[in-house]
Design a protein around this ligand. Structure first.
Ligand SMILES: Cc1cc2nc3c(=O)[nH]c(=O)nc-3n(C[C@H](O)[C@H](O)[C@H](O)COP(=O)(O)OP(=O)(O)OC[C@H]3O[C@@H](n4cnc5c(N)ncnc54)[C@H](O)[C@@H]3O)c2cc1C
Length: 382
C-alpha cells in the first residue's frame, strides 16, 4: 500500500494553490457570494489552464487524467476558497450521465465547452413532489413522431438559469414498474417552452443558483435521447455513484479549508494573556478535527481510486460521501466555536464553509438515503 502522492499530483496541487492565490481575492469572492454570481471569469481561466473536468478524455477537451488527480485539484481549490472551488466543481459534475451514457455525437457537441470553462451544465431530476423518491417522475416525455414532448416541473436544479444545456429525466412509460419508465434527454436552456427561475437566498453554495425549471410542450428531437428509452434510472444511479465519490473529496476540501483557518486562529487569538490554542478544550478540538479529516480523506481517496481501477464499489462511494460530508459539517461547527463571535461573519469564511458542508450532505441524495443503500449492501435481503 502506497499512500504517497505522485510527483504529478504534488505539482498539480502546488499549481492550483498558486492559481487560487492569484485569482481569489477574498473581498471579491465574498461579493460574488453576496450577489449570488457564478465566478465566470475564474471558471474560464481554470478551463484555459486545463483544470476543469480534467478526467474527461482528450478528444472531449479534457486531460485524460485519473479521477483522483481531478479530485485532488478540486479539493485544493475548495480548501483555498469554497466560494470559488465549489462553483467550479459543480460546472461539470451534472454532465456525468451524458459523459457516461451519451453517444459520440452528443458528447462532442456538448462536453468540450464545459472543459474549456465556456459553459456550465445542469442535471434535472428532482421535482417538487419527488426528492428522495424518484421511482416515478411527474415530468412526462411523450413520443410523437421523431420528437418527444416534454411537460413538467423540476426544482432545486443547480445553475439552471445559466446552464447551456440540461440532462433532464422524465417519465416515458407511466405504466412501467417503479424505476423502469424513466428516460434521460438533453435539453438546451434556450429551447422554446423552457423557463428557469432562481429560487432565492440560501445558506450554502452561494455562487451557484438553485432553480425551478418549467417545461411546457418542449420539443426534444429523438437524437437527444440519452442512451436507451426507459433506462434513465440506471443511468442516474451509475453516474451519481461516481459523482458521490467526487462530492466526498469536495467535502474533504471543505473540511481542510475550515481546519486551516481554525488552526491559524488558535495560534493568533489571545485571551487571558495567552493564545487560545493553549486552552485544552480548544487544542483538543483541533486534534479531533485533524483526526476526523485524515480518516475521511482516506475513505474518499479510496472510493475514487477504486473508480480509476475500474472497480467502483457503490458502498465505498456512498460511505465516503456520508463520512466526508458529516466530517465537513462537524469540523465547521467546531471551527465556529473556536472563532466564537468572529465565526458568524462571512469575512472569516467559516459560516460559508458550514453552509456548503450542509448542502453537500443533500447533493445527489441525502446521507440518509445513501445509508439505506449501504445497509442493503451490508445486510443483504433480510
Ligand atoms: C443546494 C442543492 C442543490 C441541488 N442540486 C440539484 C440538481 O442540480 N439537480 C437535481 O436534480 N436535484 C438537485 N438537488 C436536490 C437534492 O438532490 C434533493 O434535495 C435531495 O435528493 C433530497 O430531496 P428533498 O430535499 O426533496 O428531501 P425529501 O426527499 O423531502 O426528504 C426529507 C427528509 O426525509 C428523509 N427521507 C426521505 N425518504 C427517506 C427514506 N426512504 N429513508 C430514510 N429517510 C428518508 C430525507 O433523508 C430527508 O431527511 C439539490 C438540492 C440542494 C439543496
Amino acid at each position: 500500500m502506497d499512500f504517497s502522492l505522485t510527483s504529478r499530483q504534488r505539482l498539480l496541487k502546488e499549481a492550483i494553490r498558486e492559481f487560487m492565490k492569484g485569482e481569489c481575492d477574498p473581498v471579491v469572492t465574498l461579493e460574488l457570494a453576496k450577489k449570488k454570481q457564478f465566478p465566470w471569469e475564474i471558471y474560464k481561466k481554470a478551463g484555459q489552464n486545463g483544470y476543469l473536468a480534467s478526467y474527461y478524455p482528450k478528444e472531449l477537451g479534457g486531460q485524460g487524467l485519473p479521477l483522483l488527480d481531478y479530485c485532488l485539484v478540486m479539493e485544493e481549490m475548495i480548501r483555498y476558497d469554497n466560494r470559488i472551488g465549489m462553483a467550479l466543481s459543480l460546472g461539470s459534475i451534472p454532465a456525468k450521465t451524458l459523459l457516461r451514457f451519451g453517444n459520440e455525437e452528443q458528447k462532442k457537441k456538448y462536453l468540450p465547452r464545459l472543459t474549456k470553462g465556456e459553459a456550465v451544465s445542469s442535471i434535472a431530476v428532482t421535482e417538487p413532489n419527488h426528492g428522495s423518491d424518484i421511482r416515478y417522475l411527474e415530468t412526462r416525455a411523450e413520443r410523437k413522431g421523431d420528437e418527444y414532448i416534454l411537460n413538467g416541473n423540476k426544482t432545486f436544479i443547480t445553475n439552471a438559469d445559466i446552464s447551456d444545456f440540461y440532462t433532464v429525466f422524465a417519465q416515458t412509460n407511466p405504466d412501467a414498474p417503479a424505476y423502469r419508465g424513466i428516460s434521460g434527454f438533453i435539453v438546451e436552456r434556450e429551447q422554446e417552452g423552457v423557463t428557469a427561475l432562481d429560487l432565492g437566498e440560501k445558506i450554502g453554495l452561494r455562487t451557484t443558483s438553485s432553480c425551478s425549471i418549467e417545461f411546457r410542450d418542449v420539443k426534444v428531437h429523438k437524437n437527444n435521447l440519452l442512451g436507451k428509452e426507459n433506462h434513465g434510472f440506471t443511468y442516474i444511479m451509475e453516474a451519481l455513484n461516481e459523482g458521490r465519490a467526487e462530492i466526498a473529496n469536495e467535502a474533504v476540501g471543505l473540511a481542510r479549508g475550515v481546519y486551516d483557518r481554525a488552526l491559524l486562529h488558535t495560534k493568533t487569538r489571545e485571551q487571558f494573556g495567552q493564545k487560545i490554542g493553549k486552552f485544552q478544550n480548544i487544542s483538543h478540538m483541533i486534534v479531533e478535527m485533524s483526526e476526523e479529516i485524515e480518516s475521511a480523506a482516506l475513505l474518499a481517496y479510496k472510493a475514487v481510486w477504486l473508480i480509476d481501477q475500474g472497480k467502483m464499489d457503490v458502498a465505498t462511494s456512498l460511505q465516503a460521501k456520508v463520512k466526508c460530508t458529516l466530517t465537513a459539517i462537524d469540523v465547521s461547527l467546531k471551527a465556529m466555536q473556536i472563532f466564537a463571535g468572529y465565526g458568524l461573519f462571512e469575512e472569516q469564511f467559516i459560516a460559508g464553509y458550514l453552509g456548503d458542508a450542509l448542502a453537500s450532505w443533500l447533493l445527489e441524495g441525502t446521507g440518509q438515503m445513501q445509508r439505506n443503500t449501504v445497509a442493503s449492501h451490508l445486510l443483504g435481503k433480510l
